[in-house]
Design a binder for this molecule. Structure first.
Ligand code: AP5
Length: 216
């Protein structure tokens, strides 16, 4: 199964990707997570990406496409993958199409998760992520049992640098202008499935699985 999750920041792409990993036994490829790791490690990619990420802007396409090309070579990608936060521009989508053509394969589905902007701001302002295992929490909606500590592994929870209201608004503006055109792009290719992203994460997951049933 080769999937793309598309949706505004905070629409729940990461949350749903983590549930899909279990269901389909395929890896999540989150360009955001890869970039944050590169920033943490202080690599040249991380140093370049940080300036864009801190402003809520997109990292240049060429850097992202190279990163994806490398990641797709890993053995865990043989059975498929869940792209989370990639592609994010038409240029990235076209590059992905070429890469997949080169491998004589194609996407099974692109899931568009729709959430109103005000809800996204509430979600991102309260998001907390585990430093050790990447598990996601929300201070109001899905709080950890012990404040600041991951329920799953006991790791420390942190708030992302770009989860402040000004940067969130900028990320939303970037989504509207640069990423939302992908909806029309993938509709034309007959692979788009739209899933409402409000309500309980488990119900959204059920809706995604139902949408994917025809693609298995
Ligand atoms: P990235 O890390 O991809 O961030 P994003 O797209 O802004 O998405 P988020 O991770 O913020 O949200 P999400 O949809 O995964 O939601 P989540 O599940 O966490 O990118 C960060 C930056 O990296 C970009 O700004 C850019 O600079 C750069 N970048 C990355 N990819 C790039 C690319 N391809 N090209 C160029 N630049 C790139 O959920 C959010 C919160 O809501 C959590 O607290 C969660 O617990 C909660 N929640 C989830 N579902 C629900 C629900 N149903 N109800 C209530 N709360 C919920």
């Amino acid at each position: 199964m080769k999937l793309v999750l598309v949706g505004p920041p905070g629409s729940g792409k990461g949350t749903q990707a983590k549930m899909l990993i279990e269901q389909y036994q395929i890896p999540q490829i989150s360009t955001g997570d890869i970039l944050r790791q590169a920033v943490k490690d202080g690599t040249p990619l991380g140093k370049e990406a940080k300036t864009y990420m801190d402003q809520g802007a997109l990292v240049p396409d060429a850097l992202i496409i190279n990163l994806i090309k490398e990641r797709m070579k890993a053995p865990d990608c043989k059975a498929g993958y869940i792209f989370d936060g990639f592609p994010r521009t038409i240029a990235q989508a076209e590059a992905l199409e070429k890469l997949l053509q080169g491998l004589a394969t194609k996407l099974d589905a692109v899931i568009s998760i729709e959430v109103p902007e005000d809800e996204v701001v509430k979600r991102l302002s309260g998001r907390r992520t585990c430093k050790s295992c990447g598990a996601l929490f929300h201070v109001l909606y899905t709080p950890p049992a012990k404040q600041g500590i991951c329920d799953k592994c006991g790791g420390e929870l942190f708030q992302r640098d770009d989860d402040n209201e000004a940067t969130i608004r900028q990320r939303l503006a970037v989504y509207r202008t640069q990423t939302a055109p992908l909806i029309a792009y993938y509709t034309k290719q007959h692979v788009l499935k739209v899933v409402p992203g409000t309500g309980e994460p488990q119900d959204i997951f059920t809706a995604i699985c139902r949408a994917l049933k025809n693609e298995e």
